[in-house]
Design a protein around this ligand. Structure first.
Ligand code: 4AD
Ligand code: MG
Length: 459
């Protein structure tokens, strides 16, 4: 259906060309000589209007076609006399392919997103979820286009792994549970293994051989959090660049986020306008600004100063040495800077072992920081986390010791520092948060087809 609209817009179809369309009925109604059926096949928001006159063999049955049944329509595309749509189909035949039971849960009315989560297998038939799926697909394509056009190698990092990249202990154990085995015996063929929380460490190995690489795959976090921004299974894009600094990584991140946004503005305007109208007022304007304005940059220490001076009442008092809370992140992006903002150089004590210790940039009173950065965006908070990596073997070892990580377990990661080490940097962007940001969808559970969160893995 979308192709018909595009061809009509570009005058590629001769007037009155014959077409066959297949899709699902949204509504059918009767006006004496004519019946009108609104058909949607998932390719666009509007679907297309089918006009059926009494000469069509199945005319009698058309007006009573129920919402949700599938049909095939043959007919001629023509300019629509109505103002609502540019084109419509004048049917020569309408064939019912799949009737719909009378208890179809998606009757023509607005349903809450909460209810739709209970029928995740049917929700792509609604306008909102189909639009999310199209935007998500377009953003994935834009992601590959962006990195491929810059010569990055797409790396498939493993899902099953023994290393905890973030060191936060939020991993799902992987088990082979032979009949009769106890939970304690369960393991990955005699080895302890988990689902990956991040592909970063593998990406570092390839970056330290090939320069620029990126991963784009599912990652898993066993944090039992019931928030609008956390899932147990989410997709992450993790670029890793050799011979690169923290600033190089931030520059690349800004360009990547802008590239995806511009691509949507160019290719998915109908969907964006739909979200602008029904989900987040001003969304298109916001995205145009993201595309056009430079992102802000502020050090963690300055960010804490800004937050301390803010008149806003925070639940958690902002304090140097503790992590920024979502309320702080959103204040910085939404109120103070009013645009995406990079916060860089976080205290070492709250960050992962692999982040490069800053020794050339002393902080105000000598407190140790690492060359980390987060990108905070309005409406979401943290969209990206990244850093320059610690490439110095000795410094890395002593950081690992401090944090109680075993050098034996990370032997291969340390090898990268033993053999031809280089400054390198990278980041991880949470794909669902990116889709949320670009659609205005409030809950992360509504931007992934089948969300995984505590108590939910049915579909
Ligand atoms: O900040 P995080 O934990 O960073 C890493 O995993 C690094 N290894 C990335 C890297 O440098 N290569 O996660 C990165 C991003 C976050 O900024 C957030 O957008 C997203 O992943 N994220 C989640 N998204 C949905 N549900 C969760 N539970 C998420 N946890 C992190
Ligand atoms: Mg983070």
């Amino acid at each position: 259906i979308q192709r018909l609209f595009e061809e009509a817009a570009h005058f590629l179809q001769p007037a009155n060309s014959f077409v066959v369309i297949k899709g699902w009925v949204r509504t059918a109604r009767d006006q004496k000589q004519f019946a009108f059926v609104q058909v949607n096949d998932g390719s666009n928001v509007s679907g297309i209007q089918v006009v059926v006159d009494s000469s069509v063999p199945s005319f009698d049955k058309v007006a009573s076609l129920a919402t949700g049944c599938s049909i095939a329509v043959s007919g001629y595309v023509r300019k629509s006399p109505g103002a609502k749509q540019p084109i419509e189909v004048q049917a020569t035949s309408v064939e019912l392919l799949g009737p719909v039971a009378s208890n179809y849960p998606l009757q023509k009315k607005r349903h809450s997103f909460e209810f739709l989560r209970t029928i995740a297998h049917l929700r792509p038939r609604t306008n909102s979820f189909a639009a999310v799926a199209r935007v998500r697909s377009a953003l994935a394509a834009a992601t590959h286009a962006f990195f491929q056009s810059r010569g990055f190698i797409y790396l498939h990092s493993p899902i099953i792994t023994a290393s905890d990249c973030e060191g936060a202990g939020e991993m799902f154990r992987v088990t082979t549970l032979p009949p009769g085995a106890t939970e304690e015996q369960a393991d990955f063929f005699g080895q302890r293994a988990s689902l990956t929380v991040s592909g970063q460490l593998s990406a570092e190995a390839y970056a330290c051989a090939m320069g620029d690489v990126y991963t784009f795959g599912p990652t898993f976090r066993a944090e039992n959090s019931n928030t609008k921004r956390h899932l147990a299974e989410f997709w992450m894009i993790e670029p890793e660049m050799a011979f690169a600094s923290r600033d190089d990584a931030m520059k690349n991140a800004e360009e990547y986020v802008k590239h995806g946004v511009s691509f949507l503005l160019e290719t998915r305007m109908e969907d964006l306008q739909f979200f602008d109208q029904f989900i987040e007022k001003g969304l298109v304007r916001k995205l145009e600004q993201v595309r056009d304005l430079a992102f802000a940059r502020v050090s963690y220490t300055e960010a804490i100063e800004i937050l301390s001076k803010a008149t806003e009442k925070f639940e958690f008092t902002p304090e140097w040495g503790s992590d920024l809370q979502t309320e702080h992140e959103r204040y910085l992006a939404e109120r103070h800077f009013q645009r995406p903002v990079f916060v860089f150089n976080y205290p070492a004590c709250i960050k992962a072992f692999y982040m490069r210790v800053n020794d050339t940039e002393p902080t105000t009173d000598g407190r140790r920081t690492v060359a980390a950065f987060d990108l905070l965006v309005p409406g979401i908070g943290e969209l990206i986390g990244g850093s320059q990596r610690e490439e110095r073997y000795d410094v890395l070892c002593s950081r690992m010791q401090e944090l109680g990580l075993s050098e034996e377990q990370y032997w291969w990661y340390l090898d990268l520092r033993r053999y031809g080490t280089v400054p390198h940097a990278g980041y991880g962007l949470g794909f669902e948060r990116y889709v949320q940001f670009c659609t205005g969808m409030e809950n992360i559970r509504d931007v992934i087809p089948f969300p995984r969160y505590p108590g939910h893995c049915e579909f």
